[in-house]
Design a protein around this ligand. Structure first.
Ligand SMILES: Nc1ncnc2c1ncn2[C@@H]1O[C@H](COP(=O)(O)OP(=O)(O)OP(=O)(O)O)[C@@H](O)[C@H]1O
Length: 247
């Protein structure tokens, strides 16, 4: 069954169409990678799914329920969707543990002991248990991004949205974040990720969607979309990536 179903999504900014009747279906446990040129609408799509941006048209269903209905409480939806951005956005004045437990305690009204126990368990699982009381400026970029991912996992989401989560990292720190995402996939987490790294998309995604001007132009298994694309726009995009030495 589809965990996420986007139908006919349309989004404009000041008359500029950014999502153009976009359809996307993500099955439970599936990992979908969104690829496409800068400005093709990848981030906007993720932001609309997490209700950070309003749609101009279309519907988004999560677990069969229409979450794009304006009467839906965004906090209730975001409890079921974890989102991680390129910039880790950790609060510098809070410890790792407080960063992770802030939303569960304040927004979702979990007790401190329960929220902290869950946070410590998640940190242990990703090898960051010893960092629970550290402040973000004591962590490497890779560690900060892993904490940001743990923070998104703290509500036990049904779906994770990852927007260029390795783009701000030094190359030597990318691997540890990718390994964490690979582990999440092995645990069966459903994920939609926007990435400029084709190697990552090839390795982790079950399906790759190529976006161009706010539409899904081509989608399918990574080896097909990245290896034998059928659409001229996809071929053109990949040719540029190859020329830039990024495939
Ligand atoms: N808040 C906003 N106000 C106005 N225009 C916006 C806003 N957010 C995005 N846009 C525009 O929407 C288009 C799509 O942007 P988006 O960030 O979704 O693309 P993207 O594919 O994620 O790009 P990148 O790979 O560079 O992150 C761009 O032309 C961008 O300038």
């Amino acid at each position: 069954m589809a965990l996420l179903r986007c139908r006919g999504l349309r989004k404009e900014y000041g008359g500029h169409v950014v999502l153009d009747h976009l359809d996307l279906t993500v099955a439970e446990h599936q990992v979908v990678a969104l690829i496409g040129a800068s400005g093709s609408g990848k981030s906007t799509l993720l932001r609309c799914v997490n209700l950070l941006d309003d749609l101009d048209d279309g519907t988004i269903e999560l677990d069969g329920a229409d979450i794009s209905d304006p009467r839906v409480d965004p906090d209730q939806v975001r409890r079921r969707i974890g989102m991680v951005f390129q910039a880790y956005n950790l609060f510098p004045h809070l410890s790792v543990l407080d960063n992770i437990t802030l939303a569960p305690r304040r927004v979702h009204r979990r007790g401190r002991a329960e929220a902290e126990a869950h946070a410590r368990e998640l940190l242990d699982r990703v090898g960051l248990g010893a960092k629970a009381d550290a402040y973000p400026d004591r962590l490497s970029g890779g560690q900060q991004q892993r904490v940001a991912i743990v923070r998104a996992l703290a509500n036990s989401p049904r779906l994770m949205l990852l927007d260029e989560v390795t783009s701000a990292l030094d190359p030597e720190l990318v691997g540890e974040v990718l390994a964490m995402i690979r582990d999440l996939k092995a645990d069966g987490m459903t994920m939609v990720l926007a990435t400029h790294e084709m190697g990552f998309a090839r390795e982790v995604a079950d399906e790759v969607c190529f976006l161009d001007a706010g539409r899904v132009v081509e989608s399918g298994p990574p080896e097909q979309v990245l290896g034998e694309p059928t659409q001229p726009r996809t071929r053109q995009f990949l040719r540029r990536i190859i020329e830039a030495g990024r495939l």
